[in-house]
Ligand binder design. Sequence first.
Ligand code: SF4
Length: 355
Amino acid sequence: MSPDIRRRKTKSIDLGGVRIGGDAPVVVQSMTSSDTRDVGATVEQIHALEEAGCEIVRVAVPDEAAAIAIHEIRSRIHIPLIADIHFQYPLALLAMNHGADGIRINPGNISTEGIRKIVSIARANRKVIRIGINAGSLEKEIAVRHGGPTADALVESALKNIRLLEEMDFDAIKLSLKSSDVTTMIAAYRSISEKTDYPLHLGVTEAGTLIPAAIKSALGIGTLLYDGIGDTIRVSVTGNPVPEIGLAYGILRALNIRNVGPDIVSCPTCGRCEIDLAGLAEQVERELRGMKTPLKIALMGCVVNGPGEAAEADIGIAGGKGAGMLFRKGKVVRKIREEEFIPVLLEEIRKMEKM
Ligand code: SF4
């Protein structure tokens, strides 16, 4: 944790064995893009997410078959599962009865009677309910009064729905207030974090494909984390969710909140670079995908500034003409030929992993 980040203290809840809030680390979450009724495809995608470091997964539950499929999916995966429900409260009951560790609902689109039934099952079975407020599906009356899905409107909806669950004597709650607009999302989370101490799930919704999603999430989620706000995070990327995990850890690593996996530091290159540094960086990144050990790996284009600029790195290479210097913790170890870069680097990294 960076010295200047003081994490806001939230209520601690347990989601299927994973602690959320309180002193627990910020948890990385994702959502499958497969058809939940296709158990094989969904389990395969969740295994790929687990391999990448995902710690909680959410699946869409649009109908009864999807809710029932949760039973087998949950038995074949190793991380807690949240069922995402809209409108039909019976699906939430079915999902919880088939092994979902928690459900995500937008209480605004479920009747109070439905919520009461959900709460009664959740309480009896120690399930978590995420109140997922979303700019796109805000209660009409609140949106009209605020002139649209503003930050204040999202907060009002969240507080109203918290009250509803609290009146039913339920408090295993997690909250999200998502918007596709980064500044709205930041303002909404900042405001709600002053008004309640339930754990917060951060995300920028409909963030787009990889690059726009990375930019919006780094700004939205990153700004809030820097404020000390946020207990779980999800980077939303259109399509295959696996890259979301690398981005999420990248944000956490950049703020020194959680150091998981390799941090590849490579220079932008300039006229002094005489090796294929971009190719090297891409290959190293590919080879180390899924690695959990926190290692800082520096790939620098030249020896002029290389070792010095990357003095903090655990290991690195500074290029020369058709060769390069291998260095550890800023100190040169030996000279290696360009064709040896990858095998030598990987061998050294594997050794360090075992230490
Ligand atoms: S490390 Fe060398 S090649 Fe890379 S940007 Fe700096 S001076 Fe240029």
